[in-house]
Design a protein around this ligand. Structure first.
Ligand code: NDP
Length: 293
């Protein structure tokens, strides 16, 4: 496993298993510089979203890097209000324009329709997926997937569609490992991608004594152990940082490996609960207007 290792999707395409996330990276210089640093350091996969408000800065940084477009994997996401308006095609077009590209490598439904808000949530999810499938068949997005789809929602979708989601991006880290969800994704041929690999630093993540002890054993930081654990658990990672030194640190996860004892110690840290909400299930909680950035 190294930085160029890819994960095979259910249509045969391959996705880099390591990338940079830019949620909460401010539009403008902060995001621009983060993406430039990352590309200089060797990252070739950037994860953004329309609702992050920074696609234009991502696009400008990619353009100015001089790296051929086809060497960089770009993921962006369709936000809830566009889904409500059944505006998938125009939303994609607007994202492509901001990113300065004519395709994205992966387009995700950012959030499932929530059962507590919509009586017809099944129809909404199905209709959105059909629109995503059309965009994929037209070649305007190279892969399609979902995000925050917990097992029941994912199974609903996989059971009844011609083209299954290729990726499901869900909160996943050492304290919330999503083992049951992972097994379902594996069963349906959906790649498991982690968001929040450091739990965004919550729950004293970076001072966790088990992660620190495993790190000390290998001469590695908590961040590096946390990422390596996910990679060895067959999960795609997109850690976010706007700091050059941290981005470089986060990349140094391919020169060591966790042994069975390390893996077991970290597996035992699973609290089976989101770092953000108690008993949180995205199917019943929904952000309608936008994320707090
Ligand atoms: P992460 O778990 O990646 O944590 C990011 C935080 O950790 C930032 O505060 C960052 O600070 C800090 N950090 C990064 N590296 C280090 C390090 N080596 N040592 C110490 N601190 C560090 O959280 P994210 O929520 O950003 O998740 C990653 C990506 O997943 C997002 O950026 C986004 O692309 C995606 N995502 C998707 C969601 C979805 O609904 N689909 C939801 C949330 C995220 P600093 O930047 O100051 O270095």
């Amino acid at each position: 496993m190294n930085l160029t290792t890819k994960k095979r999707l259910n249509d045969g395409r391959e996705m880099p298993l390591f990338g940079l996330g830019v949620f909460r990276s401010k539009d403008g210089e902060e995001t621009y510089n983060a993406v430039r640093y990352a590309l200089d350091a060797g990252y070739r996969h950037i994860d953004t979203a329309a609702v992050y408000g920074n696609e234009a800065s991502v696009g400008r940084a990619i353009h100015d890097s001089g790296i051929p477009r086809e060497e960089i994997w770009i993921t962006t996401k369709l936000w809830n209000d566009e889904i409500r308006a059944h505006n998938e095609e125009a939303a994609l077009q607007a994202s492509l324009k901001r990113l300065g590209t004519d395709y994205v490598d992966l387009y995700l439904i950012h959030w499932p329709a929530a059962a507590n808000r919509f009586d017809n949530w099944e129809d909404i999810n199905g209709q959105t997926w059909r629109a995503m499938t059309e965009l994929y068949q037209q070649g305007r997005v190279r892969a399609i997937g979902v995000s925050n789809f917990f097992p029941d929602r994912l199974v609903d979708l996989c059971q009844f569609v011609e083209i299954r989601p290729m990726v499901n991006q869900v909160e996943t880290h050492a304290l919330y490992q999503q083992k049951a969800a992972h097994a379902i994704m594996e069963k349906y041929g959906v790649v498991h991608e982690s968001w929040g690999p450091f739990a965004e630093g919550r729950k004293d993540f970076f001072t966790n004594p088990v992660l620190a002890a495993v790190g000390a054993k290998h001469g590695k930081s908590v961040a590096q152990v946390a990422l390596r654990f996910l990679l060895q658990s067959d999960v795609v990672v997109i850690p976010k940082s706007v700091h050059k030194a941290r981005m470089a640190e986060n990349l140094q996860v391919f020169d060591f490996s966790l042994d069975a004892e390390d893996m077991a110690a970290i597996q035992a840290l699973d609290q089976e609960e989101s770092a953000f909400f108690s008993h949180y299930d995205p199917a019943t909680v929904e952000f309608i207007t936008g994320l707090e950035l």
